[in-house]
Write a protein that binds this ligand. Structure first.
Ligand SMILES: Cc1cc2nc3c(=O)[nH]c(=O)nc-3n(C[C@H](O)[C@H](O)[C@H](O)COP(=O)(O)OP(=O)(O)OC[C@H]3O[C@@H](n4cnc5c(N)ncnc54)[C@H](O)[C@@H]3O)c2cc1C
Length: 417
């Protein structure tokens, strides 16, 4: 079969793929995006939709591993690792353990803040320029606590973030009630963070897809990448279910599926799939437009146009997409425990998605040292929506050899070598 020539080929139509396509098109490149399903059929679809700028304490932090091991004994807990002797998981956990120390955590915080803040600014520009219809709002987020222990932990995190310039407001019970009248009476307090925005994530990806098509980006849905043909340090051909392509540059942005695709190139990406659930329900009239975190239960509650989404759990269970009913029920129960008026909610959708998690909680954004025409953009874990636009901008800078919007060195692939 003769190969079709392409300038830049992006693999994956989630938030990272469409953002990369946008900034590459802005830089004057001719772009084709391949998506094996519909746009946004992966993790970008049903997530909590938070542009979580202040969420800058990495998952890999001191105490995370021991807390995780304790949670594993509780079937309704928000965290679970399926015990299995897979070399990739063992290697990943080893690196995760190394990242759960004070020094790597403190290195990660300013990086996560910089990614989040740059992205928020880009989101604001995108919404101003293109009038994207995705409910984007910058309202901050309120973390609720039901126990003094939870509140004390929240205070510690706030003090740590404060060292890096993040400001949060400590609130007593009455102040919490003034902002969120639906809280139950036993809430002991909360912390309000201004730095969060929120949107409906699938609407954002589709709206940006609409803009991309107007800009002449070729979005090819239902095209799956199967393999690559290489010649020395270059990817020469990309083999898909709909023919063979001959791109000048390849951007790998296929979320958790980037790791098995990279494997076909002999490239190791330490990414584990971390499953999470969300339930989308009709929004109670009394629910204010303020995203919440149910502190101890680790549940995110996001009001979106006409509905309410609550999401939780992190299960390291490979590519398994089964639904653990106990964990889903624990999420429902948490909602009722923190908020009044949540009984009998009309549920519209139960969803699960696989977050692409790196062991050090930083994304992988970089040009490969093995293939001169490959840029990888994945591993965004819990923060792919948050970091989407800045990742897209960095990808465009890397592909075009432009001065990068921020220093991409900490995100390079080779940090794991
Ligand atoms: C419950 C939950 C809540 C979350 N909440 C938030 C939040 O509030 N804020 C936040 O910032 N992040 C959040 N996240 C994380 C966020 O969803 C992810 O980090 C982000 O969606 C990753 O985007 P992506 O584009 O890399 O991957 P994906 O969205 O998974 O996209 C990858 C795409 O590649 C396609 N693909 C795969 N293989 C191939 C192939 N061979 N050929 C062609 N196409 C292929 C897939 O079909 C898919 O559409 C949450 C995640 C979960 C699960």
């Amino acid at each position: 079969m003769s190969a079709r020539e392409e300038d830049v080929l992006i693999i994956g139509g989630g938030v990272i793929g469409v953002c990369a396509a946008y900034y590459l098109a802005e830089a004057g490149r001719s772009v084709t995006l391949l998506e094996r399903g519909e746009l946004c059929s992966g993790s970008s679809y049903g997530n909590a939709g938070l542009v979580a700028v202040d969420h800058a304490i990495p998952t890999a932090a001191p105490g995370a591993l021991s807390q995780g091991l304790r949670w594993m004994l509780d079937p309704g807990s928000p965290f679970y690792i399926k015990p299995r002797l897979e070399p990739d998981l063992v290697r990943w956990l080893w690196r995760f353990r190394a990242a759960c120390r004070e020094a790597p955590m403190r290195r990660a915080i300013p990086l996560l803040l910089e990614l989040g803040r740059s992205s928020l600014a880009l989101y604001q520009t995108l919404h101003r320029q293109h009038k994207l219809d995705d409910g984007f709002r910058h309202e901050g987020r309120l973390i609720l606590f039901r126990s003094e222990q939870g509140m004390a932990h929240g205070r510690e995190e706030l003090a740590l973030l404060g060292e890096y310039g993040v400001q949060g407001e400590l609130l007593g019970t009455e102040e919490v009630k003034a902002r969120m009248p639906l809280v139950q009476d036993d809430i002991v307090g909360g912390i309000y963070f201004r730095g969060y925005a929120h949107l409906e994530p699938a609407a954002f990806v589709r709206e940006l897809g609409r803009v991309l098509e107007m800009k002449g980006v070729g979005i090819r849905r239902g095209v799956e990448v199967l393999d690559f043909e290489t010649a020395g340090p270059r990817i020469e051909r990309v083999v898909t279910t709909r023919g063979v392509l001959h791109p000048r540059e390849v951007v790998l942005a296929a979320g958790v599926w980037s790791a098995p695709l990279a494997r076909r190139l002999g490239l190791y990406l330490p990414i584990q799939a971390a499953k999470g659930y969300s339930i989308t329900a009709r929004r109670p009239d009394a629910m204010p437009e303020l995203p919440l975190s149910l502190g101890e239960a680790k549940v995110a509650v996001t009001p979106m146009a006409g509905y309410l989404r609550f999401s939780s759990t992190l299960e390291l269970n490979g590519f398994d997409m089964s639904i653990n009913a106990r964990r889903v029920e624990a999420t429902r129960r948490a909602l009722r425990t923190y908020l009044a008026g949540m009984e009998g909610l009309e549920e519209l959708e139960l969803w699960r998605g696989l977050r692409p998690m790196t062991p050090d909680s930083l994304p992988i954004i970089g040009r490969s040292e093995m293939y001169t025409n490959l840029v990888v953009a994945t591993g965004h874990g819990m923060l792919g929506v948050t970091q989407g636009p800045i990742t897209g901008k960095l990808v465009a800078d890397l592909v075009s050899d432009a001065t990068p919007a921020l220093d991409p060195t900490p995100f390079r692939i080779e940090r794991f070598s």
